[in-house]
Ligand binder design. Structure first.
Ligand code: LMR
Length: 428
């Protein structure tokens, strides 16, 4: 009896404790301590733009391609691939590593059509949730298998890179990249940082069309960077979100990667079809890691899949099928390459137009960097306060670091934009 009484008392105690917990949680909120998160510095700009009723408004914030009427574009090759897919698609799960066909075609774009690494099966690769997902998967992989490592990130970089490695709990170091005075590359400081980093460090590199600066190393400078990486035994992780957007030719835009491959580096690459195929919302990309041999690649791939499984199980099918349909058909691939070039050329044209308009207005500042920089963005050199004025007085939306998404400029708004920039930069 004494035992039974003790058990009852104990149960009562538990009930009381649970009851107390229930009471306290119902009398206050579960999420009382949760403060609103700060607005995303890039996607928050789109939210503000959409909320503005002004007919004059211009969005040069987010890096998303627009045609010369400021409208989002679905590529013809994508439309044709969707037509072919329609009706033939079942909704089964993809494997954890995603579409094998899509991954195969994607690797050719980065490593080269006839890459020996692809033939030798030395690349561990999985379909990822676009470039963000590829970076995040790699960051988690890095944390799991090199738990004491850090990641060296350029200054500046795409704001989300910091979030990605922070949430993966990989400590971050920064390295010099941009030179504010010349609005170009700070090559000597960059090389110093590579030399001074501990041997065997992880570095995040933008393969081409650096975001946000639009400043890329020259081919010769890439060779020097690669050489120094070799000397120091560093690991290069390339984020290649804009392949094709720098020169209009995806093969040429992979030059940095090819140099590292020639030099015998074992690199990692994040690839994305958001920009160069306009598949923004489809979230389709690829993470690859070049390994020592096939056995290592099999092991690494299995671990990448294991990281993916509890996060999102397996990636979405539609975008992957669009990509593999396009890249697997020589005619559609040709059309895609043509369309990438059209997008890149329109941006290059808008660079000249913006610069010319500013010069015609008699701006006392140099705007040469607009045409020197490359890819989707121009790092204008405008201050956060000047950007605030653009938004408040002219309904022009862009990130406060002065980055202009050139893809949002059209022949219709370039004059208005130039005038506004001239106003806020001439009157200090
Ligand atoms: C950008 O930099 O604007 C794009 O990469 C979109 C994004 O997700 O930030």
């Amino acid at each position: 009896m004494a035992g039974f009484g003790k058990a009852m008392a104990c149960r009562q105690h538990v009930r009381t404790r649970l009851g107390t917990r229930f009471m306290s949680s119902s009398s206050s909120s579960w999420w009382q301590s949760v403060e609103p998160a700060p607005k995303d510095p890039i996607l928050g700009v789109t939210e503000a733009f959409l909320a503005d009723p002004s007919p004059d408004k211009v969005n040069v914030g987010v890096g998303a391609y627009r045609d010369d009427n400021g409208k989002p574009v679905v590529l013809q090759c994508v439309r044709e691939a969707e037509r072919r897919i329609a009706g033939n698609l079942n909704m089964e799960y993809l494997p954890m590593g995603g579409s094998v066909k899509m991954v195969e075609e994607t690797l050719k774009l980065a490593y080269g059509e006839n890459s020996e690494f692809i033939k030798d099966k030395r690349i561990a690769a999985v379909q990822s949730l676009s470039g963000t997902g590829a970076c995040r998967l790699f960051a988690d992989f890095q944390k799991r298998f090199r738990p004491d490592s850090q990641i060296h990130i350029p200054v500046p970089t795409w704001a989300n890179h910091h979030n990605i490695w922070r949430d993966a709990q990989v400590p971050q170091r920064t390295y010099h990249y941009y030179h504010p005075e010349s609005k170009g590359l700070d090559f000597s400081a960059l090389m110093d940082d590579i030399k001074n980093a501990p041997n065997g460090s992880f570095f995040l590199l933008h393969a081409c069309a650096h975001n946000p600066t639009g400043v890329d190393p020259s081919e010769e400078q890439w060779r020097e960077i690669s050489h120094q990486f070799k000397v120091k035994g560093h690991f290069a992780f390339f984020d290649m979100a804009y392949q094709g957007f720098a020169s209009g030719d995806p093969d040429r835009d992979a030059k940095s990667i090819r140099i590292f491959l020639q030099d015998g580096h074992h690199i990692g690459i994040s690839q994305s079809y958001a920009k160069n195929m306009g598949l923004y919302g489809q979230r389709v990309g690829c993470l690859s890691v070049l390994c020592e041999d096939e056995k290592q690649a099999v092991a690494v791939k299995s671990q990448l899949q294991q990281l993916a499984r509890p996060m999102y199980s397996n990636p979405p099918v539609h975008g992957a099928l669009v990509v593999s349909t396009i890249l697997g058909d020589p005619e559609l691939k040709k059309l895609w390459l043509k369309e990438v070039k059209v997008m890149a050329d329109r941006i290059i044209g808008m660079r000249s137009a913006l610069r010319e308009n500013l010069e015609k207005l008699g701006s006392p500042l140099s705007w040469k960097h607009i045409t020197d920089q490359i890819g989707m963005f121009c790092y204008s050199g405008m201050t956060p306060e000047q950007v605030d004025r653009l938004t408040k007085e002219f309904h022009i939306y862009m990130t406060r670091n002065g980055r202009i998404s050139m893809a949002g400029i059209t022949t219709g708004n370039v004059g208005y934009l130039a005038n506004a920039i001239n106003e806020v930069t001439s009157s200090a």
